[in-house]
Design a binder for this molecule. Structure first.
Ligand SMILES: *[C@@H]1O[C@H](CO)[C@@H](O)[C@H](O)[C@H]1NC(C)=O
Ligand SMILES: *[C@@H]1O[C@H](CO)[C@@H](O)[C@H](O)[C@H]1NC(C)=O
Ligand SMILES: *[C@@H]1O[C@H](CO)[C@@H](O)[C@H](O)[C@H]1NC(C)=O
Ligand SMILES: *[C@@H]1O[C@H](CO)[C@@H](O)[C@H](O)[C@H]1NC(C)=O
Ligand SMILES: *[C@@H]1O[C@H](CO)[C@@H](O)[C@H](O)[C@H]1NC(C)=O
Ligand SMILES: *[C@@H]1O[C@H](CO)[C@@H](O)[C@H](O)[C@H]1NC(C)=O
Length: 397
């Protein structure tokens, strides 16, 4: 008897559920049918008119947004551009110094020189390439290692070549290593190293150099030029690592990690040491200081510039979207801004240690086995750690 009742209960429940699903589906399909009859067109724009931001970068971005989103432009088309936006519009040659900034940025005259230099050339994104390796990706690499370096850092580059940047076949995957350089200019009191650099470039065929002043605030220029370069010379690269020349990269671990990714995961890959909920430093003494006249707001999540790893697919998307994001003086924040515009966020991975590992583990070979990046490391340390990791005797539990 109890069994029968339980069965009856089950039958009733199943019927109810079916009925419920039927109702939902039929309501849904009747909505579909009515869809073309009932289109609600808002009678007036549902966005507010743009008000000028108090900060120069933000205003530049508002201008770019307006230019690249015709729908926002709709209401400005039959009117003149509002004056404040017209102010920000580009000069005919974006690579000529834009002296308008001297009056458009409230406290321009009291800013440190690096800001003045940045602001004057903020519109310029293209500089001539003076050393190129047009055929370096003739065979599309599985992994492209791109290292931001400075002309005088010969020893760091050589250590990378002899350790984690060893090009060729590592673990049965093609790895190509390149070094990204600007100009170490006489204006910054650099000695003339052009002869040595030329020798290095002929000898190793892994130097890419553009003719612009290689300074901290121009690292974003390096980023934009590199994104351009990838599309021109290495668009077949499956994955790209971009980082500094004072980091140790465990290429073995990175290749291992990449091989294990699923296809969709691999396509949208962007991992590193991600910083969230950060904003500009307002303390003038900090290297990363940004004045309020330049930027207001918080930063999007971004991966620390010491090194991050992403897919070739993302590189193509970043290249496109970067043209719609105003240059920002801090390169890793800039890349975060581009990702945000793509609707993506970088993913944090514990293997990226841009703030180093605990001191007591630093000379323990096994500490590096599962890591992907450690910062900072000297050239000698790079060679030492690489020797540990490459040794067949390394036995870690
Ligand atoms: C947008 O432009 C139309 C046509 O010129 C005008 O009627 C409308 O009031 C404008 N809307 C706003 C919010 O300015
Ligand atoms: C910007 O302003 C100048 C004069 O101030 C005017 O000649 C020009 O047409 C304006 N440009 C746009 C796009 O409104
Ligand atoms: C090396 O890679 C190729 C293709 O990528 C594959 O066919 C081959 O089996 C791999 N060899 C080893 C030893 O893993
Ligand atoms: C870069 O270096 C080259 C050769 O040393 C020099 O001719 C050129 O003027 C430099 N460019 C800049 C922007 O300083
Ligand atoms: C960036 O490079 C350009 C071209 O060499 C130079 O004119 C400008 O001053 C540099 N900007 C900074 C912030 O160093
Ligand atoms: C980049 O933009 C070009 C030109 O608009 C377009 O053809 C291409 O599909 C875009 N690529 C990506 C990856 O979005």
């Amino acid at each position: 008897m109890a069994l029968l009742r339980r069965r009856l209960k089950l039958v009733v429940t199943v019927t109810m559920v079916n009925l419920f699903i039927f109702i939902i589906i039929s309501r849904h399909s009747s909505q579909d049918k009515n869809e073309h009859q009932k289109v609600n067109i808002p009678s007036k724009p549902f966005w507010t008119k743009l008000a000028p931001s108090s900060a120069y970068w933000n205003r530049q971005q508002q201008f770019l947004d307006l230019q690249n989103n015709p729908v926002l432009f709709a209401n400005y088309s039959n009117v003149e551009l509002p004056d404040w936006l017209n102010d920000t519009s580009l000069t005919s040659d974006p690579c000529k110094p834009n002296f308008k900034v001297t009056t458009r940025v409230k406290d321009y005259n009291s800013l440190p020189d690096r800001f003045k230099d940045f602001l004057l050339y903020m519109q310029c994104r293209s500089y001539p390439i003076t050393v190129d390796q047009p055929n370096i990706c003739r065979e599309s690499p599985f992994l492209l290692l791109a290292v931001k370096s400075l002309a005088p850092h010969f020893d760091r580059r050589q250590a990378i070549r002899q350790s984690w940047g060893r090009a060729g076949f590592i673990a049965n995957r093609t790895v190509v290593t390149i070094f990204l350089l600007g100009n170490a200019t006489a204006g910054d009191h650099h000695p003339d190293l052009s002869g040595m650099l030329q020798y290095e470039s002929i000898r190793h065929k892994d130097i890419i150099q553009w003719d612009y002043r290689d300074s901290f605030f121009n690292l974003t220029v390096k980023e934009v030029l590199f994104l351009e370069w990838i599309q021109a010379r290495c668009s077949g690269a499956r994955f790209i690592f971009k980082g500094d020349d004072d980091v140790f990269v465990n290429t073995y671990r990175i290749l291992d990690f990449l091989k294990g990714l699923s296809e969709p995961k691999a396509r949208d890959l962007f991992v590193g040491d991600v910083i969230t909920n950060a904003g500009p430093h307002r303390d003038k003494k900090v290297k990363y200081f940004i004045p309020e006249s330049m930027y207001v707001g918080t930063y999007p999540p971004y991966a620390g510039g010491g090194g991050y790893l992403y897919s070739g697919d993302i590189a193509a998307r970043l290249h496109n979207v970067s043209q719609h994001v105003a240059l920002y003086p801090i390169d890793d924040v800039y890349t975060g801004m581009c990702l945000r515009k793509l609707g993506l966020a970088p993913e944090k991975h514990k293997g990226f240690r841009t703030f180093n590992i605990e001191e007591k583990y630093r000379s323990n070979p096994c500490a590096y086995k599962s890591l992907m990046l450690v910062h900072p490391r000297t050239p000698q340390e790079m060679i030492q750690i690489w020797a540990w990791l490459s040794s067949p005797d390394l036995n870690c539990q």
